[in-house]
Ligand binder design. Structure first.
Ligand code: ZN
Length: 354
């Protein structure tokens, strides 16, 4: 049985050179029925990869009922955003932060069970429909009592959860990879991939440039695979220990070109995830009066906020929580912000490479 890795064990693993068998769980299931309509490895996207893809993300920070015990700070989330941008940037996939929300619910913060439908329903009620929703918990587990580092609940998907105390490098990119259509490199739901790659488009993770992966032993200090099991042809495995969709934690840093293809196809509209793609390069916001609730304005390159030509003003007041995010945000004449103590106006640049 897989057990939750404790902070002390993490420290021990980092400090020593122990050979660590993958024991940290993400628990994201793959339902082969989801393959319907998918572009699998042998089918290439018709869209050019030179065109950057921008995925809108919103972070939901769980807190206890009384507003205490926040799972994460906004500064922490900003740091995570930098990490995922760096890991996805080589493949021209970027992330636009639409904003943060806070959810006060002790159960969902400290006892979130990915197998409990009532928990899932209560959580996903907070989804923003136009974004990849990232939920941050103090404690995340499954029915077996196994602690999870994170989970994407399904593949592909538009929401995921991460256990902040156990969210070490690579975890968030791993869960986002699931949301964007990537299976574990060691997936066996539709068959065991052979080392010789002959069945790579019909078994394993359905990605042919990720070698067969038995999810075996590895040295977490040197990132060298040390497993000795063999496949059905009696061939030894040589898995990609640094692949972000493996379970070789502390070594996971990269995706492959064909994984990029799968993610592009997913973002491009194979599923509802297409809604997360930025559709325009520029945007103007005018004639808006925000007084309550959470609002966002986001664009890929330039976002103009305020008096556009002869259009009207943009006002933010009261308890409105308003985000303007883009590579470049221009606050034009006619923009006014006078929030009260419960309101905020945030102007964020996200520095994607286009
Ligand atoms: Zn996973």
């Amino acid at each position: 049985m897989k057990t939750k890795i404790s902070f002390s064990i993490v420290c021990f693993v980092l400090w020593s050179s122990v050979i660590l068998q993958a024991q940290i769980n993400c628990d994201t299931p793959f339902n082969p029925d989801n393959l319907k309509g998918w572009n699998i490895d042998s089918i290439r996207s018709t869209e050019g990869y030179a065109t950057a893809k921008t995925v809108r993300v919103v972070f939901h920070i769980l807190r206890n009922d009384d507003g205490s015990n926040a799972a994460a700070t906004e500064a922490y989330i900003e740091g995570e955003l930098t990490k995922i941008r760096n890991e996805y940037q080589p493949w021209n996939i970027c992330f636009a932060l639409l904003g943060f929300t806070y959810i006060n619910n002790t159960t969902l913060n400290t006892l979130m069970n990915s197998n409990t439908s009532a928990h899932r329903t209560a959580l996903f009620a907070y989804d923003w429909s136009n974004a990849l929703n990232i939920y941050c918990h103090k404690e995340l587990r499954n029915n077996n009592g196994t602690g999870l580092i994170g989970t994407a609940y399904d593949i592909p998907n538009t929401h995921l959860s991460i256990d902040i105390p156990e969210n070490f490098d690579g975890v968030l990119s791993h869960e986002i990879g699931h949301c964007l259509g990537l299976l574990h490199t060691f997936e066996t739901a539709i068959g065991n991939e052979l080392v010789n790659g002959s069945n790579c488009s019909t078994a394993g993770d359905l990605v042919c440039d990720t070698p067969a992966d038995p999810n075996g032993n590895f040295n977490s200090s040197t990132c060298v695979y040390t497993g000795t099991t063999k496949d059905a042809n009696n061939q030894s495995y040589n898995p990609m220990v640094n692949n972000l969709m493996s379970y070789y934690f502390f070594c996971m840093t990269i995706f492959t070109p064909n994984q990029r293809t799968r993610m592009y196809d997913t973002i491009a509209g194979v599923t509802a995830i297409g809604n997360m793609t930025m559709q325009t390069n520029t945007a103007n916001i005018s004639n808006k009066n925000y007084t309550t609730g959470t609002w966002w304005g986001a664009s890929r390159n330039t976002l103009n906020v305020g008096n556009i030509a002869s259009a009207g003003n943009v006002n933010s007041s009261g308890s409105a929580d308003v985000y303007f995010t883009s590579n470049q945000v221009r606050l034009k004449p006619g923009f006014h912000a006078y929030p009260n103590s419960n309101g905020k106006v945030r102007v964020l640049t996200y520095g994607c490479q286009f």
